[in-house]
Design a protein around this ligand. Structure first.
Ligand SMILES: [Zn+2]
Length: 376
C-alpha cells in the first residue's frame, strides 16, 4: 500500500523528504531552516545596500593588483546571468566569467551566454571538460544509484572557479547562490558537491577510464585556497532584493536573454535529472524545494505553487527524448539503463565519503563566513 503523503501547512514540502518533521501547527523543519538562514545570511533593505556598497569598494580596492576584480561562473541560467548584470553594469566591476562546457549545454544556453558577455562586454573563458573522462564519471554516478548525479558537474564548476581565482590572483568569486530561492533542500535529495572523496570512490568502483584531467578540489585544496590564499566567496544575491520574475524580465528586456521554462533547464542532463531520473527512480520532485523557498520568501502563494506542481515537470515527449539522448550520449544500452533505474536506491552513506570530515569542518565554514561578513 502506498504511504499517505503529508504536506507542510506553510510551504509545499512533504513526507517524500524523509527528514521532514512538523510542529504542532503542521509547519515543517525546512520552513524553520528557511527562517533561520534568511535571518542569518540575508541582508535586505538599507542594511544590505550599505553592506554591499562597502563590499564593492573593498573588492575594487583589492582587485587593483589584478587584471580583474572578480570571477563569476556563467551557466546562462537566471541566477548567474543576473549576477553578471549586477557586477558589471550596476557595480562597475572588472569581471572575468567562466562557463563550463560539460557536453550537455542546450543551444539556447550557449546563445544566452554569448549574448550576455557581448552585451555586457565581459571577458569569457569557456572550460571544456574532457568528454571521455567526464562521461565515465557521470556514468559511474548513475551506476551508483545515489540521487545527486549532478555532483560531478557542480564540483567541477567550483573547482575551476577556485583554481582559476588562485592561478590568476583574483581575490573574489561572486556567485548566484542565494538563500531566497535555494535554501530549502533536503540532504537526502541532494547531498552537496564539496566531497571529492565520494567522486573518487564512485569513479574507482564503477568507472573504466583513468581520471586525469577532471577538475577536483581536495580538502587540502579548500584550506589552501580559501584560508591560506584568502580567496573570498560572495553570494551577492543575498545582499539585494532578489525577485526571480523581476530578474528574468530585466534580463529579457535589457540583455536579450531567453527563458528555458524550468530551473536549471539550460542543460539537457540537468533537465533529465530533474524531470526524469529523480521523480522516476526516487519519487523526488525538486520543484517542491524551489517553490517552497519562493513561498517562504513571499514570491508566490502556496495555492499557486500547488497548482504548478500538479503540472508534470516537462512534456512526456520531451522526457522520453531526453532519456534516449542521455542513454545514447553516455554510450549505454537500453538494458543497462533499465538496470540502473531498477537497482535499489542508495545514498552517499553507502560509499566512502568525507561527510564526517565536512561536518567537523563546520567551524571552518563559519570562520570563512564571518570573514565575508566582516568585509561586508
Ligand atoms: Zn514547510
Amino acid at each position: 500500500m502506498k504511504k499517505e503523503i503529508i504536506r507542510c501547512t506553510r510551504c509545499i514540502m512533504d513526507t517524500t523528504a524523509t527528514e521532514i518533521v512538523f510542529d504542532e501547527n503542521g509547519v515543517c523543519n525546512f520552513c524553520k531552516h528557511y527562517d533561520e538562514v534568511t535571518t542569518m545570511d540575508l541582508y535586505s533593505g538599507d542594511n544590505g545596500k550599505e553592506r554591499l556598497e562597502l563590499l564593492i569598494s573593498q573588492i575594487k580596492e583589492k582587485g587593483k593588483k589584478s587584471k580583474y576584480d572578480c570571477l563569476i561562473g556563467l551557466s546562462g541560467g537566471v541566477d548567474s546571468s543576473y549576477v553578471a548584470y549586477l557586477v558589471k553594469k550596476k557595480y562597475g566591476l572588472r569581471v572575468l566569467a567562466i562557463h563550463l562546457d560539460n557536453g550537455w549545454n542546450t543551444e539556447l544556453a550557449v546563445a544566452n551566454v554569448e549574448q550576455i558577455v557581448k552585451r555586457l562586454d565581459i571577458d569569457l573563458i569557456t572550460n571544456v571538460l574532457d568528454w571521455r573522462e567526464f562521461k565515465d564519471v557521470q556514468t559511474s554516478f548513475l551506476k551508483s544509484s545515489i540521487s545527486n548525479i549532478e555532483i560531478p558537474t557542480d564540483h567541477a564548476i567550483w573547482a575551476i572557479l577556485i583554481k582559476t581565482a588562485g592561478k590568476m590572483g583574483i581575490p573574489y568569486i561572486i556567485s548566484g547562490n542565494n538563500v531566497v530561492t535555494e535554501s530549502i533542500m533536503p540532504e537526502s535529495w541532494l547531498y552537496g558537491s564539496k566531497d571529492s572523496k565520494l567522486i573518487k570512490e564512485l569513479h574507482k568502483k564503477f568507472g573504466k577510464v583513468k581520471m586525469k584531467t577532471y577538475p577536483s578540489l581536495t580538502t587540502f585544496n579548500y584550506i589552501d585556497y580559501l584560508l591560506i590564499r584568502g580567496i573570498r566567496w560572495v553570494p551577492i544575491l543575498n545582499y539585494v532584493p532578489y525577485v526571480k520574475d523581476e530578474a528574468k524580465k530585466l534580463l529579457i528586456d535589457e540583455l536579450g536573454w531567453r527563458d528555458y521554462g524550468g530551473k536549471h533547464y539550460e542543460s539537457i542532463f540537468t533537465r533529465f535529472f530533474h524531470a526524469y531520473y529523480l521523480p522516476e527512480k526516487f519519487g523526488y520532485d525538486l520543484r517542491n524545494s524551489y517553490l517552497s523557498a519562493l513561498i517562504c520568501s513571499g514570491q508566490i502563494t502556496r495555492e499557486k505553487a500547488i497548482e504548478e506542481i500538479a503540472i508534470p515537470p516537462a512534456p512526456k515527449e520531451l522526457l522520453s527524448q531526453d532519456k534516449d539522448y542521455v542513454i545514447k550520449k553516455l554510450g549505454l544500452t537500453d538494458d543497462e539503463f533499465d538496470e540502473i533505474m531498477k537497482t535499489p536506491n542508495k545514498t552517499f552513506r553507502d560509499y566512502p565519503n568525507n561527510d564526517l570530515l565536512w561536518h567537523s569542518f563546520d567551524w571552518f565554514v563559519k570562520l570563512a563566513r564571518q570573514r565575508i561578513i566582516r568585509v561586508g
